[in-house]
Design a protein. Sequence first.
Lengths: 500, 472
Amino acid sequence: MADALSVCFNFEPTSPNIKSNLELDRHIRNHVNAVSHIPSSAFLKNIDTPQDFLEILNPSVNSIPYAFALFHRTQTHDWPKGPKSVPDTFRPGGASWGKLVEFLDSFDPVQMRYIGDVWRRLVEYCDRVARVMGTPGMAISPVRSAMLQLDPSTGTFTSNHLQFMRTCLEAGSYTAALPILDSYIYNLPQNIAKALIEIEGSVPCAETSTSSDFITTRSGHSEKITLSDLHEYYMLGAIAYIGARKFKQALLFLEHILITPTANIANGIMWEAYKKWVILGCLVNGVPSAIPRTANSNAMKQIRTASKAYDALTEAFQAQGSKLRAQAEVGVQTWAEDGNTGLVSELVDHQMRLAVSKLKDTYSAIPLTHVAKFLGFSMQEAEAYVRTLVARGYLNASLDHTPGPNGTLVLRFYTDLTEGPLAKSEKEQHLELLQQTARTNKLAEQVKAADYRLTLNKDYLEHVRRLNKKAAANAASGDAMDVTWDEQEPEEDIMGDLIM
Amino acid sequence: MATTVEQAPYFLDRKEKNLLIVKDPPKFDLESYIANYEGRTRLKRLEHIAMYSSYLAVDALRMAITEAKQGADENLYLSLTELLQSISREDPLATPDVEWAERTFKANKLKQEQLEGELKAYKNNLIKESIRMGNEDLGHFYYQIGDLGNAFKSYFRMREHCTSAKHLTDMTMRLTFVAIAQRNWLGAQSHATKVDAQVAKNEERGKLEPVINACMGLTHMCGNNFRDAARVFLNVSPSFITSEPVAAINFHKEVLTGNDVAVYGGLCALASMDRTELQERVLSDTDFRQFLELEPHIRRAISAFCSSKYSACLQILEEYRADYLLDIYLGPVVTDIYHRIRTKSIVQYFKPFSCVSLDEMAKKFQVKDEGYPIEDELTSMITGGILNARIDLVEGLLISPAKNPRHVVHSDALKMAQNYDHTLRLRLTRLNMQNAGMEVRAPKVDMEKNMDRGEGFGGTLRRLGQGLGGFS
């Protein structure tokens, strides 16, 4: 036992002996090796006593042994299938559950980079328990903090992302998913040769290491990713955004599905995505969005022919009038089958909102009676409606009372964009621009990194090799030809002697 | 007499179909007006006037029928008499002289056979010049009897037998002439352009150019290209007014006169040019001034517009509206032209102001009695993007929207950056997918497995979607 403990404590990442990242890397790997060889019995001794490993070890400093200890604890019983198969201490509220949650909150990220497998199993266990106990919501916070702690950018897609989204949607808490969703995916786990890593010096423990370096296909942080996993993640993400009413982000997520490389064929999820995307386009921009340029045109054609009802909806939306409502009613069955009932009713509401806000292009002040007539509402209904629109930020206007005996209400639009409830002062604009610049710069960096990784791809290297061979061949044959033509004798006058 | 004409079945029928009827008497005197023209266009113009003007219908038709009887086109004669019948049945001229029609028809047929026989003979002889002249004669003949289609074809057949440049230009001018008579504007335009190219280096150019320009302008105007029409009309040299016959056609009498050029050119310019252009190219142009002297009211209208007296300008134009509606070429487009001039006036009028009361606008621009309120007109102009202003319905004002270029620049920059971000993120995802070898492929053998997968997934979506239905 003391043996095991000493092994656990025999880890000094800040020792002056370690001079380079490579050495540190080796040191950590040895430590992991040693700890993984400690038999599980050692970890399971003295549970719930002050001698408990989990009491002695500090989760943020000795994360590796602590993780192994927890892991072995969870392995004492079968993978939970029902509420009864979860021991009390691991139920939410129990002691071990508390320790698990605390660990997931406070582990040392650098150390966790090396034991991806163990880390993932702990996260999965936590999630599974919460679900099996019927309270999926309990897993959201721990899983989320685990992912963020490991990698604050959560930019590399893992199976945990997908699991997390499933849990969030089951629990119905859309806003809880936002922190993970907002840090977008900029990388997929790849297979990088070890030699290359050592040459680059991008070992996981390096300070400059990003998640693209240490979350690889072999690091264990994620199970194997397939395209349908990625699609499901984006779809669930879009649904979460819709639930949180962030339509613009939802639109972007759906586009991620639409631009999947395809062999001129569309699949079911792209079709589902398209249907939602079409409606969202109208909600966000007021007109149907253009199909992203990088989407495969054949696939898009196939999808469009299958979604005529939705295209008809958007046409009716643009045409104004009551056609939209009629169309929506006719297709009630279709929307329900696709799970788009909410979106369609949102679209119908939006058409009216858009019509009212379009008034600002023609009028600067309009009596509420006119607005009421335009909408077909009574005066009170119109007033209430307009107030909600202003409050929700759809209209840059205010309602005034006109002076005089009548004192009717007037809707006044602010033509000057620096006035009114939606005004943006120059300072605010400047701030926004700075933030946007920072985001774009970061994105550019990520693109550069992805591009660099692409050049290391086997297929690309083959391609370059072939090109080089061809170029060399051309140059070689060119020289040969040149030689023959260079030393040409002057043409002989063949006919000369015949004339005589 | 005018009232009984309006009750005539023909005009009642037109009224029911909502077709145009000009009730007001025009400013011109019918006889002196028609004396300006020669040839077929006299009859067509009189017919047009009769069809549209309840005031002049009977007089015009009487003149037309008498003249038609002296010609060779019995179809035109019969249609004119029919028209007069539906307007004023008791008129002696309304009953067609059927006997004359029969006679003319037989005579025409005879002449046609004769000419065709001659042409055949020439063709057998293979003498180019005779074939050419034979076709030309045939063309003339068809034109006289009103068979414009065949006339066109005959003239066209002359093409291969033309030996000199003069023949070519004559032929093309004839083709232009017939095309105009047929109201085939695109055809007329192409032929006029051809002639223009042909005489580009010719000495004949001085003679032909005004005619060509006048015809081109006409075709542009009837094709609703007012800007091009104005440009070409302004180029017409004043010698057009007294030009010599070209290809044996007196264009300035058989198609359009100098007055017509002045009116058409002036109106098209007003409809399509802005004030500086009008000042430079119309009023200060010495050549066009000679045309404008023929129609002084056009010049008055243009100067009023240039000196921002918009209501005066519009008023002058209104006075002559009846006249122009009765013109055979201008009639169909005059409403469009007037509408354009009106919208331009409103936009120009509003430009210097930041705020104008709607009453003021109404006073300056109020349309006759069919008043439809100035607000509706302004609203349609704003929604159409022609006028950049906002209406304040409460105070009754037309306001020019405040401009804040700095703000606009900033928000545009932000939008552009966001769009760029958006595209870049999509590209990044696609790049990663391709790098990982992820691609949607056609399903192979195990369709069932894939189908199940799809259903299960669809089921999840349905469940989730229903849950979403309830959010607010």
